[in-house]
Design a protein around this ligand. Structure first.
Ligand SMILES: Cc1cc2nc3c(=O)[nH]c(=O)nc-3n(C[C@H](O)[C@H](O)[C@H](O)COP(=O)(O)OP(=O)(O)OC[C@H]3O[C@@H](n4cnc5c(N)ncnc54)[C@H](O)[C@@H]3O)c2cc1C
Length: 471
């Protein structure tokens, strides 16, 4: 931290001390926690153990009025603000040093209107909360691949999940949001009200305010679907990846798939004789009926001789949490990404080299199949503009030992450098560890976002995010 920033944060700490927050606490329904208070450490913690910050205050909000009061307090007292939904952003932007965390996690209520196929979820809900509420009606909102992730950060940055090719991104399925803007106003943004703001929150991240409620359009999914999860030896990687690419060329939109290159963990769920082996895995979900999905996904199970194959019909909610255990709280994480324009034989070879060079066996290098419904939304229709790329590279560095920080971070950076020649240049903000927005948007999007930032947050109160500078 720069000296200037240290001084400023000391000043802010005084304002967030016991006396400083007395006025705020009079109107606050939730909890205001300071260091030393019971529950502070847990409330201040985030998922990424490599990010170590200590806020001076955590405002655990119970309502939009609480959020509004916290925002007004921060603006008035020039207090640094971080906004926490599920706390799962790899950049660690849900916390800060010496400032205030506006913690939405108590606001995780989800209400479903099955007849209208809509769900309203609090700004602190996780995908597990949403799936738990919607699946009893055989409905789902397109979310992410890990159920403990917050809906807020994921949706505001776009949102890639198992339904992306059939129903689009999470942000494409927003009907409206309730949002507290930098002046503390509580407003609704939708296709009819505050349309500009609605455009901006669908891909522009947390730059424009604190979303207290997300209204999603729901779709019939499950409760049982066909899921493919098959691990092949890395030695057969070239054949498997070429076969997968051929499958993707003609796959229907019901199928969304991803390739993961990693190391088989020493866990009971995997046969002992393959523990420690390097694999190339295909995971794919077919969101139609199991009868349709079974034959459709079968070719993915026959690309080579598998190490193991967990494919079969499965409850949709189970698939939604299937990868949760691979991302425990407190591990060290650094992820990078690139939208790819092509995934030709040369790209496959570079990918396999990168997979073999991973410094940590917990890391993976992934390729997401894109297209389908997410590509049928025009690039200008939402702030999320990277719609045309057929694939996304994700280089996920996951490791335990802080001594290994540099090696793991460098590997993820190097992965993007070496894959850059296959890419459009843009990266996916939700997989970016650095708070730098420019690489995530093209010029036209950045310009419009900057204008809207000036309108809704000219003082850049909400700056701990992939930050758009007020234009
Ligand atoms: C294990 C894991 C799996 C993932 N899988 C996927 C995936 O399948 N698909 C995908 O697209 N992404 C995925 N991601 C990335 C994910 O989209 C981002 O990490 C996202 O930011 C997480 O949201 P969160 O609310 O938990 O984040 P937080 O860390 O709480 O917040 C991140 C940022 O979002 C903003 N924010 C949070 N809450 C609010 C709010 N209520 N109002 C306004 N702004 C807010 C703030 O700017 C904050 O800094 C995954 C991440 C992890 C850690």
């Amino acid at each position: 931290m720069a000296l200037q920033e240290t001084r400023t944060s000391a000043l802010r700490s005084a304002r967030t001390g016991r006396n400083g927050v007395a006025a705020l606490s009079r109107h606050f329904e939730g909890e205001l926690l300071r260091p030393g208070d019971h529950g502070f450490d847990e409330a201040a913690s985030i998922w990424n153990g490599a990010v170590e910050c200590r806020p001076a205050l955590v405002a655990r909000c119970a309502s939009s009025d609480d959020v509004s009061a916290a925002v007004r307090f921060a603006a008035k007292n020039d207090v640094l603000v971080a906004v926490k939904g599920g706390g799962h952003n790899v950049a660690g932007s849900a916390t800060c040093n010496g400032g205030m965390v506006i913690d939405l996690s108590p606001m995780n209520d989800v209400r479903v209107d099955p007849a209208a196929r809509r769900a309203r979820a609090g700004g602190g809900a996780t995908w597990a909360d949403v799936d738990r509420a919607t699946q009893p009606f055989g409905l789902a909102a397109p979310g992410g691949l890990v159920s403990r992730t917050g809906i807020a950060g994921l949706t505001l940055g776009g949102g890639l999940g198992w339904l992306r090719r059939k129903w689009g991104l999470s942000c494409d399925n927003l009907a409206s949001v309730e949002i507290v803007t930098a002046d503390g106003s509580v407003v609704t943004a939708s296709g009819k009200q505050n349309k500009d703001l609605f455009w901006a929150v669908r891909g522009g991240g947390g730059n424009f305010g604190v979303v207290t409620e997300f209204e999603y359009v729901l779709h019939p999914v499950g409760p049982e679907i066909m899921f493919c999860f098959v691990l092949y030896p890395a030695a057969d990687g070239r054949q498997v990846l070429r076969g997968w690419r051929g499958f993707c060329d003609t796959a229907p939109d019901e199928v969304s798939s991803i390739v993961l290159c990693g190391t088989v963990p020493a866990e009971e769920s995997f046969p002992e004789d393959i523990h420690g082996h390097q694999f190339v895995a295909i995971a794919a979900l077919h969101c139609g009926t199991v009868e349709e999905g079974h034959p459709m996904l079968q070719p993915l199970r026959e690309l080579a001789n598998p190490l193991c194959d967990f494919s079969g019909p499965a409850p949709y909610v189970e698939v939604q949490s299937m990868f949760d255990q691979d991302y425990p709280d407190g591990l060290r994480y650094y992820w990078k990404s690139l939208f790819l324009d092509r995934f030709d034989d040369e790209a496959i070879d570079v990918l396999l080299e990168l997979a073999a060079e991973r410094p940590s066996p917990l890391s993976t290098v992934d390729i997401w199949q894109l297209g389908g419904a997410m590509a049928s939304v025009g690039p200008k229709e939402t702030a999320f503009g990277s719609r045309g790329s057929p694939y996304l590279l994700g280089a996920e560095s996951n490791w335990e030992d802080r001594q290994e920080d540099e090696a793991n971070r460098n590997w993820a950076r190097d992965a993007c450098d070496r894959m850059a020649k296959f890419a459009s240049g843009a990266s996916y903000s939700n997989f970016e560890p650095d708070i730098e927005a420019s690489g995530c948007f093209d010029q036209a999007h950045l310009q419009r976002l900057a204008e809207l930032k000036r309108r809704y947050d000219h003082g850049n109160l909400f700056r701990l995010n992939h930050n758009i500078q007020p234009g």
